[in-house]
Design a binder for this molecule. Sequence first.
Ligand code: ARG
Ligand code: GLU
Length: 735
Amino acid sequence: MSTRRPLLIAFLILSQWGSAHEGMWLPTLLKGIEGDMHTAGLRITAEDIYSINNGSIKDAIVHFGGGCTAEVISKQGLILTNHHCGFSAIQEQSSLENDYLKNGFWAKDKAGELRNPGLTATFIIRMEDVTDRILPNIPAEANTTEAQRRDAVGKLGEAIAKEAIAGTHYQAVVRPFNYGNSYFLIVTETFRDVRLVGAPPSAIGKFGGDTDNWMWPRHTGDFSIFRIYAGPDNKPAEPSDANVPFVPRHSLPVNIAGANEGDFAMIFGFPGSTQRYLSSYAVDYVLNTADPLRIKMRSASLDVIDAAMRSNDKTRIQYADKQASISNAWKKWIGEVRGLKELRTLDRKREQEALYIDRALKLGRTDLQEVLPTLKNLYAEYVPLATARDLFVEMVYYGPEILRFADGFRELTEEHVRLVGEGKFEAKAAERSAALPGFFKDYDVEVDKRVFKALLPIYRASVPVSGQPAVLKEIDARFNGDSDAWVDDLYTRSVLVNEASIAAALRLKPKKYAKLLANDPVYKASRSFFKSFLEQVRPQHAALGDRIETAMRTYVKGMMEMEPERTFWPDANSTLRLSYGKVEGSTPRDGVVYGAHTTLDGVVEKHIPGDAEFDVPKRLLELQATKDFGEYGVNGTMPVCFTSSLHTTGGNSGSPVLNAKGELIGLNFDRTWESTMSDIQFDPDKCRNICVDTRYILFVVDKFAGAKHLVDEMELVRTNASAGIPGIIQLPIHR
Ligand code: ARG
Ligand code: GLU
């Protein structure tokens, strides 16, 4: 194993050359593509972008709340991310009286900035290839099963991480790349006092709603502004009044000269996950089973939720966040299916696999020859289990909330005897009681019940009976097959669906409480869903997943070895990556051309007074009518969004789009619908990420909201990055 290592590393670096668009590159390997990026128009060095020893652009990049990206835009710790990334925080702070979703929020001064318990902002201190400290040290006997290997790698990784952070306040992990063909140490610093500074009204931040989501042309001002607070020593501290604005190592200059079509662009952020190297068997599953079933489930629940949200304002606020998270992936999957079909991805994969086997045969590599038939057999077993798992997730995590809520009472119910013995029952019960208002604030029992009724028939028809919860047998046994009647019965008899009755139950003596819950129909249904999944689905699903992982490690390594001419980049895994390309429009379909920019004129064109998605705030209409754009307008109009050919995925939301000099020109928030298959196959003509133009952001902050003091914190740049004497410049980052 160790004799092949240098070869693989060489592939990783060399193979980063090539295609200008596809790829999410590791910042530590940028030196290898620096020449290519310079050819593409970059005017700073790889060292300016990522350096371990000096301040660099990476010091302004933030992993926001674990799922999005944000960037530092002032020397006082101001950070910019998407409205949809700050959405939960904004919603949490909102009520009918203070509806920040509807009206927006702007802190007048630092004292008015709002704390968000649990929200984190993480910086990358450094990343380091530690493959050579992992692979050669996996004991031979630990390499027989994936679980043993994971264990061994975990121990090695922990030791490396521990050593890396000794004597610091940092955290560290070792993460696998390329299905465990390589490993990187990642050292991070996490701040826990992140305050809400400003957010536009949803009529700007979510303009176009779900109708426009994943679409171009787009007119959404999808941004919100937060600030990182640190202890007086500038180090992370628990939220407290004693904290002060964080002083960053680097903050991004904000460019308001804009970018022209064809200008170099790059994006730096935390893409979540891609599946570039899937086998045809896996693509077949995604395309023909997983996506269609999940789309069907979510279409059913969205029908219920959308109707309820339209019917009154209270439900609209209660369900805004839940609706957005259900509909987002739903629409993405619809685009993904279409894109994969158009690109003939399944056929192409099959063709590539035939070539792969051919090459392996010629080279006499039996190990590689066998790996595809192995994957084929594994997938035949995997598909029914994966279906059961996917639909369990849809049912319990995206379906009726009561199933997951009930699960929160499990310990208190099943282990009441132990808890009483340890004297902990009362504290735990009090904890549950305290959490009730938070849940019921956003819960509508009638909506929940209707969602349950809508999903259940699809679930029952799609999941193999062996993977279904036993409790569903009651539907035939007691309700003549009428699943609606079964659901009605659950909700009628349960104490869990009503705040007062579950609160009363929690005040009972432990034994009485436990007996009541154990016999509660919703609690029993929830237990049954979890039990069937945990016992009948997850173990086999995980075991097969492990065997697929082992095979994929061999398969991908074989590709790298047998196709040295091809471009490889490790699949996204929520680690820091950089993609580069240009500001450009696209040709998504035959006869269709998309321009690269949109303006405020388009916002007005889409305006539907009173509409939930397309109403335009009066103040914005006034500014447009009087062309009061301050210094942010161009030739009598206001730029709003643009597209660029940067390879992105979920997690890149809030990522900075930078020009050739590393200045902020846009804020990434979406891809076009014709791009969404790029997690599996990227197409340079079709695939575009969508950004809010920085000029629109500053215009909204300054002219619309009157929060000029925030703009004053920023460093503005007023020339295009390609202006001036051509060539590489010295970036004035402190060294
Ligand atoms: N599609 C974007 C992403 O994947 C934006 C989602 C939020 N917007 C919305 N209308 N739901 O996260
Ligand atoms: N909106 C996505 C996010 O939340 C980014 C869009 C994409 O998937 O490319 O990360």
